[in-house]
Ligand binder design. Structure first.
Ligand code: PMP
Length: 414
């Protein structure tokens, strides 16, 4: 197989053979040569229905004409200036319009950069040192958040990365998801916590959905203790709906981080929030943050085109909801696991009940997941290769694709 050959070459010169750990499928990952709509083609000549979609950004599918044209138009005018360009204002105006609680926005180049900056900003604004995160929450690959981290870190058994000094790790505290009492206790006992950062819907261990009222209680408890609330909406932003989880659940955080969809498939991140807090960012204020590729016009062109397309096609969100329901309804009655879905996000857990937190998610039978995943791939459906990642639908999947996916759930589950 061509992919096997490529992976052998890669392993000699790229650690683990991949540029990001979760891609290292055993015994070797397939290599992708092209993508169009809801499908990708592999280097081995296989055509696959893609439910990974670049781990979430490609809500409109691969090589969408509108987005491609926006990128091509920008390419004609160059793709990096190092000076301000109108596109960054256009992007900020859209996100401020769409996402509750954002009065000012700064663009960066990845979700990791966005959470790193938001955390520094929270510390700078509050003059407190610690942050609180959710066990199994994933906020990118930087020191403060790679502790009990979900996503590939959990899949590969390294939720606490080597190389993070204990002196750094002790400034990150953890709380279980869906547990307002634990949150209240920790914030009452520790006055040095600057911010609580969480994925409002956990996307990197599941999805795990918030209990009724959980996010409302999170908002009240953080406010009562003068702790900033950071919603990491890198996955949920423009994925659940226009306005993300903040809109869906009617909660206004102090700061929000975004990424993935807002770049239309090109690298991007952004963080924003209350004006008073955001004005602490350099050069307006003393919290430093900078980047060569921040606000690069190419990512912005793709992102703005995506945001405009989504706003003009709101019915697609309703359609996605119907489609993940159809997949759920295809499960055989013998299936002993649990199906969790929210709009275009879905997952089957090899665990009797839907998990409510990290500890419960980790009880899933990952060997059974591995067998199901292989079965799905053999039948032409590429799901993210881990129990602890969310599956996604794009608005480009066809009815036939959805039938094939539903058929896989019907026939490949034990
Ligand atoms: N936050 C969340 C919720 C994410 O899902 C991710 C990436 N999966 C990140 C932050 C980091 O984003 P990036 O990979 O763009 O650095």
């Amino acid at each position: 197989m061509r992919s096997d050959e490529l992976f052998r070459r890669a392993q000699k010169i790229i650690p683990g053979g991949v540029s990001s750990p979760v891609r290292a499928i055993k015994p070797y990952p397939f290599y992708t040569v092209s993508g169009k709509g809801g499908r990708i083609k592999t280097a081995d000549g296989t055509d696959l229905i893609d439910c990974c979609l670049g781990y979430g950004p490609l809500i409109l599918g691969h090589a969408h004409e509108t987005i491609k044209n926006a990128i091509l138009e920008q390419l004609e005018n160059g793709w990096l200036y190092g000076t301000p360009a109108e596109q960054e204002i256009n992007m900020a105006e859209r996100i401020i319009r769409d996402q509750p609680g954002i009065e000012m926005l700064r663009c960066v180049s990845s979700g990791s950069e966005a959470t790193m900056a938001a955390i520094r900003l929270a510390r700078g604004y509050t003059a407190k040192k610690k942050i609180l995160k959710v066990e199994g929450g994933f906020h990118g690959a930087h020191d403060s958040v790679l502790i009990k981290a979900g996503s590939g870190a959990t899949t590969l058994g390294i939720p606490d990365s080597a190389g993070i000094p204990p002196g750094v790790a002790e400034f990150t505290r953890q709380v279980p998801y869906n547990d307002p009492e634990a949150l209240e206790q920790i914030l009452a006992a520790d006055p040095d916590i600057a911010a609580f950062i969480l994925e409002p819907v956990m996307g990197n261990i599941g999805p795990i959905l918030p209990d009724d009222n959980y996010l409302k209680e999170v908002r009240e408890i953080t406010k009562a203790h003068d702790v900033l609330l950071i919603f990491d909406e890198v996955i949920t932003g423009y994925r659940l709906c226009i306005g993300g989880a903040a809109k869906e659940y009617g909660i206004t955080p102090d700061l929000t981080t975004l990424g993935k969809i807002i770049g239309g498939g090109l690298p991007i991140g952004a963080f924003g929030g209350k004006r008073e807090i955001m004005e602490m960012i350099a050069p307006a204020g003393p919290v430093y943050q900078a980047g060569t590729f921040s606000g690069n016009p190419l990512s912005l062109a793709a992102g703005i085109a995506t945001i405009d397309y989504l706003n003009a096609h709101l019915e697609e969100y309703r359609h996605a909801e119907e489609r993940t329901r159809a997949i759920e309804e295809s499960l055989p009655s013998s299936a002993g696991g649990s199906f969790v879905r929210l709009n275009s996000i879905f997952k089957y857990f090899f665990r009797q009940n839907p998990p409510n937190n990290y500890k419960e998610a980790k009880e899933s039978d990952t060997d059974a997941f591995g067998r199901f995943w292989k079965g799905a791939l053999t039948k032409g459906v590429f799901l993210p290769p881990a129990q602890f990642e969310s599956n996604f639908l794009s608005f480009a999947h066809t009815d036939e694709d959805i039938e094939t996916i539903a058929g896989v759930y019907n026939s490949c589950l034990p």
